[in-house]
Design a protein around this ligand. Structure first.
Ligand code: XMP
Length: 329
């Protein structure tokens, strides 16, 4: 067993020894645990020569941008530029239905925005940033170079757009990967001693392409993102209120691009169907669907239909992985 305080001190020493006194470092924050802990560690070592960017791609959850920015600024004092790129992403996603094409578009737009950030920073500083921080973990290192014939291509695909490796290309950034030898639970321990709030460290995983893989089909149609955000927030808040959040690996709502008939008041409605998904898992590779009490499900479904306009039906996903995946796209 390593003592996390020692790991932290050692890492800070290594970063201080690597990054020269004139060097500047950039980091893309995803809002997840890994990039946040990596950036906080680097900030402790070099202070304001670290420059972070957080991109709102328009595919984030309810109030997510405000919530993570508050953690970055108020709790961690990280120097962060927040870029609202909602229009840029959504205009590129308009009319796109294929899940893998959605992912590719999102990955490409992200690189484009990160590139602009890096070049604007260069203008401001009058010199190129030298290093890029990444929250790569030990399991990512193994997954990026899978032994031949193991067929671990899916995980590799997952990492490929999540990852901001080696960009912007013409800057020849060198990588700083301070979490490269750690497992997830060790990163959480490190986060704890770096004062990353406990609630933040325990958040469920969230995919890089965000709500785009939870709205089936065209994300720009039917006010889907807005509806999904409201439904998801009610579901997650109910899970928290019931004290179940930490037992569940991942929980979220899915927007289905179909309408069904309902009756609300004495009006017939023809509105949307949403699905609720909650799973338990060790590592996301396999997962079991989570059993909620009937009373809990009943309350959540009522609350959703009563408070979210455009939804008249709620279903629950009762498949495990395999044969399903955790996400619907
Ligand atoms: P699946 O849906 O493949 O998901 O069972 C396993 C885990 O990976 C997450 N996931 C993604 N993460 N980019 C990401 O960064 C993606 O494209 C992506 N697709 C799935 C998923 O949320 C779950 O935790």
């Amino acid at each position: 067993g390593w003592k996390m305080e020692d790991v932290m001190e050692e890492e800070i020493k290594v970063i201080k020894g690597t990054v020269g006194p004139e060097d500047h470092v950039i980091c893309a924050l995803s809002g997840g645990v890994d990039s946040t802990v990596a950036a906080t560690l680097v900030y402790k070592a070099i202070g304001d020569r670290l420059h972070c960017v957080f991109v709102d791609n328009g595919l984030l959850r309810f109030k997510e941008r405000e919530r993570v920015m508050e953690t970055f600024e108020k709790d961690l004092h990280l120097p962060v530029t927040c870029v609202d790129a909602t229009e840029q992403f959504l205009s590129k996603l308009k009319g796109v239905e294929d899940p893998e094409i959605k992912r590719k578009i999102i990955g490409k737009e992200f690189i484009c925005i990160f590139d602009t950030f890096a070049h604007e920073l260069e203008q401001k500083l009058g010199r190129k940033p030298t290093y890029l921080v990444q929250g790569t973990l030990y399991p990512d290192v193994i997954e990026s170079c899978p032994p031949p014939g193991t067929g671990r291509t899916h995980s590799h695909t997952i990492k490929s757009h999540h990852n901001v490796g080696g960009l912007p290309k013409d800057m020849k950034l060198k990588l700083i990967e301070p979490l490269k030898l750690l497992f997830k639970d060790e990163v959480r321990q490190l986060g704890r001693i770096l004062n990353v709030p406990q609630g933040f460290l325990k958040r469920h995983p969230f995919p890089g392409p965000g709500l785009a893989v939870r709205v089936l089909g065209d994300v720009t149609k039917n006010n889907a993102l807005d509806i999904l955000r409201q439904v998801d927030e009610i579901f997650i808040q109910s899970i928290r209120d019931a004290g179940l959040y930490d037992e569940i690996w991942q929980a979220f709502a899915v927007f289905l691009p179909v309408r069904s008939v309902g009756v609300q008041g004495d009006q017939r409605t023809h509105s949307h169907v949403v699905a609720l998904r909650a799973v338990t898992s060790q590592d996301g590779m396999t997962a079991d669907w989570y059993y909620f009490e009937h009373k809990f499900l009943d309350d959540v479904a009522r609350k959703i239909c009563n408070s979210v306009r455009g939804v008249n039906r709620v279903v629950q996903d009762i498949t495990s992985k395999p044969p399903s995946t955790i996400e619907w796209e």
